[in-house]
Design a protein around this ligand. Structure first.
Ligand code: NDP
Ligand code: 8X3
Length: 257
C-alpha cells in the first residue's frame, strides 16, 4: 500500500507519515523543505517501509506535475492521497486583509489541493482503487471572527470533497474530509507570520489536539473496510464546541495533563 502525503514536513502531515508507516504503508512524502524531508526519511528508517521524498510547492502546477510524472512504475499505484498541505495567514477583518496573504491561502489550500487531486485521482480511477483524504477544518463549517478567507478556503475543501465523491460514485475510489479543530502545530506561528507569543496564546487554557490525534482519524478512515466510506469527520478538542466557542480555563488541571 502506498500513501502520498502533502505537507509532510510538519504537524498533521508529519504525524500522518508516522501513523501510516506504523501501519506498513510505503510513503511518498512531499513538502517544500528538502532538508526536512530528508530528515524525516531518516526518522522513518525505523519502520520496514520505503519512503520517497518529492520536494515541490503545491502552488506551482508545473513543479507538481513534474514531481508526479517522475514517479516510476512501482510508486505510481497510490492507494491513499492525503491532501494536507495548507495554511492560514493573518487574522484581520475581511475589509482590511492582505491581498498577498489571500492569494497564498487560496493558491495553496484550494488550487494546490485541486492540482494534486487532478494529478493523482485519474490513476486511482483507472485502477478502480484509491482514497482521497482532504484535510478541511472546523473553520470551513462557520466563519469565525477575522477568519474570512481562511474559513472560505476550508469551506471550499468541503465542497471539493463532496463534489469529488459524487464524481467518483461509480468507482471504488473513496473520498473523506477530516475537519480538525484546534491542533497545536506550526499552524498559528505561520498564521501570525512567526510571532511565537501570539501563536502560543491560541492554545492558552485549553488542551489542544495534536497532529497525532488527527493522524489517528485519517488512518482510521483509510483502513475502514472497502465498503465503508467515511465521508466526513469533525474532530474537536474536548473544551471546544465549534470554530468560535472555546472554554478556556488554565486551572482545569484534569484536562491539562
Ligand atoms: P503546519 O504549519 O505544522 O504544517 C503545514 C504543512 O503544509 C507543512 O508541511 C508545510 O510545508 C505545508 N505547506 C504549506 N504550504 C505549502 C505549499 N505551498 N506547498 C507545499 N507544502 C506546503 O500546520 P498543520 O499541520 O496544522 O496544517 C496542516 C493542515 O491542517 C492544513 O491544511 C491546515 O489548514 C489544516 N488544519 C490545521 C488545524 C490546526 O489547528 N493546526 C486545524 C484544522 C485544519 P512547509 O514546511 O514547506 O511550509
Ligand atoms: C484550523 C483551526 O479554528 O484555528 O483550521 O481555524 S482554526
Amino acid at each position: 500500500m502506498i500513501a502520498f502525503i502533502t505537507g509532510a514536513t510538519s504537524g498533521i502531515g508529519q504525524a500522518c507519515a508516522f501513523a501510516f508507516a506504523k501501519s506498513g504503508y510505503h510513503l511518498i512524502l512531499t513538502g517544500r523543505k528538502q532538508e526536512r524531508l530528508e530528515a524525516l526519511k531518516q526518522e522513518l528508517a525505523a519502520f520496514p517501509v520505503q519512503v520517497l521524498c518529492l520536494c515541490f510547492d503545491v502552488r506551482h502546477r508545473e513543479e507538481a506535475t513534474k514531481a508526479v510524472e517522475s514517479l516510476d512504475e512501482k510508486w505510481r499505484n497510490i492507494d491513499v492521497l492525503v491532501n494536507n498541505a495548507g495554511l492560514a495567514l493573518g487574522l484581520e477583518p475581511e475589509y482590511e486583509g492582505s491581498f498577498d496573504d489571500w492569494d497564498t491561502m487560496i493558491d495553496t489550500n484550494i488550487k494546490g489541493l485541486l492540482t494534486m487531486t487532478r494529478l493523482i485521482v485519474p490513476g486511482m480511477v483507472a485502477r478502480n482503487r484509491g482514497h482521497v483524504i482532504n484535510i478541511g477544518s472546523v473553520a470551513g463549517d462557520v466563519a469565525y471572527a477575522n477568519g474570512n478567507v481562511y474559513c472560505a478556503t476550508k469551506a471550499a475543501v468541503k465542497a471539493l470533497s463532496d463534489g469529488l465523491r459524487v464524481d467518483l460514485v461509480d468507482t471504488a475510489v473513496r473520498v473523506t474530509t477530516v475537519k480538525p479543530g484546534l491542533v497545536q502545530t506550526n499552524f498559528s506561528v505561520t498564521r501570525f507570520h512567526g510571532d511565537q507569543d501570539r501563536a502560543h496564546h491560541v492554545y492558552e487554557g485549553i488542551q489542544p489536539l495534536t497532529g497525532e490525534d488527527i493522524a489517528d482519524v485519517v488512518l482510521y478512515a483509510a483502513q475502514a473496510p472497502q465498503h465503508v466510506q467515511i465521508a466526513e469527520v469533525l474532530v474537536l478538542a474536548t473544551h471546544q464546541a465549534n470554530g468560535f466557542t472555546i472554554s478556556r480555563n488554565p486551572d482545569r488541571k484534569e484536562s491539562l495533563s
